[in-house]
Design a protein around this ligand. Structure first.
Ligand SMILES: NC(=O)c1ccc[n+]([C@@H]2O[C@H](COP(=O)([O-])OP(=O)(O)OC[C@H]3O[C@@H](n4cnc5c(N)ncnc54)[C@H](OP(=O)(O)O)[C@@H]3O)[C@@H](O)[C@H]2O)c1
Length: 217
């Protein structure tokens, strides 16, 4: 049995999450890859965690750890959300706005509420964010607004985790400032970052207790 506490990647069915899960496992970590939709084959060291709703995620994590003979996770990477381009905000379907608030912002708070109780003081909780959080993007208005909100959410969670009697998890935001290479949903990106660059930046955040609150890659 591997007694090293695994890294839990939420959103592991996604473009970035699946690559992050594989990359962290290739670096020798045990990875719990959690998603509601089918997971790609993660390879050696990746333990799949299928769940239906966030309320069932903690039990799904416990069950997967028990099956794999692994301890509970010692770190979380939240790769929830994504990017797309559509109609301008004033013309877009109002339901799309509500859906993006739910998937790109509220889902992060719900995941943190569910998963922080599994962690110990000092454990890292890393939230991935994208360029739209810092740069207003026409056609991606809801993603820019939720991305900016997500940056603030991480700051508040970090501050509150430092209050007396709080579970002193260390929250970090990893902002990937460019398209991740190979993701065809990004048309003609000016620059790209490779999945390996994202995994390397994540590895440093996970391993360094004094890492900055916000890191850009
Ligand atoms: N792709 C890029 O080029 C790129 C570039 C820069 C930054 N990023 C950042 O990387 C992160 C992930 O992006 P991505 O491109 O990998 O997105 P993606 O391919 O669309 O995957 C997003 C994942 O989020 C999960 N998700 C969606 N709604 C959810 C909800 N309500 N609750 C829980 N999970 C939910 C989905 O998993 P399930 O529905 O299966 O649970 C899905 O696998 C984002 O923060 C994004 O800003 C991506």
């Amino acid at each position: 049995m591997n007694s090293t506490r695994p890294v839990l990647v939420v959103g592991a069915s996604g473009y970035v999450g699946s690559r992050v899960a594989r990359g962290l496992a290739a670096d020798g970590r045990t990875v719990l890859a959690a998603a509601r939709s089918p997971l790609p084959d993660g390879g050696d060291g990746v333990v799949p965690v299928r769940y239906d709703t966030v309320a069932t995620l903690p039990d799904a994590v416990r069950a997967a750890c028990a099956r794999a003979g692994a301890p509970l996770p010692g770190a979380v990477v939240a790769s929830i959300g994504g990017w797309h381009k559509g109609a301008p905000l004033l013309e877009a379907d109002p339901d799309q706005w509500s859906a993006t608030l739910a998937s790109h912002l509220t889902a992060h708070l719900e995941a943190a509420r569910a998963l922080v109780p599994l962690l110990a003081p000092g454990d890292p909780y890393v939230v991935l964010n994208g360029a739209a959080s810092r740069e207003a993007m026409a056609g991606s208005g809801a993603i820019s607004v939720t991305g900016a909100g997500l940056a603030m959410l991480v700051q508040v969670l970090r501050l509150e985790a430092a209050q007396p009697n709080a579970r002193a998890v260390r929250f970090h935001e990893l902002v990937v400032d460019h398209a991740v290479s190979g993701d065809d949903r990004n048309q003609d990106p000016a620059q790209t970052r490779t999945p390996a660059q994202v995994v390397s930046a994540l590895g440093e955040l996970l391993d360094q207790a004094g890492a900055p609150a916000v890191v850009h890659v």
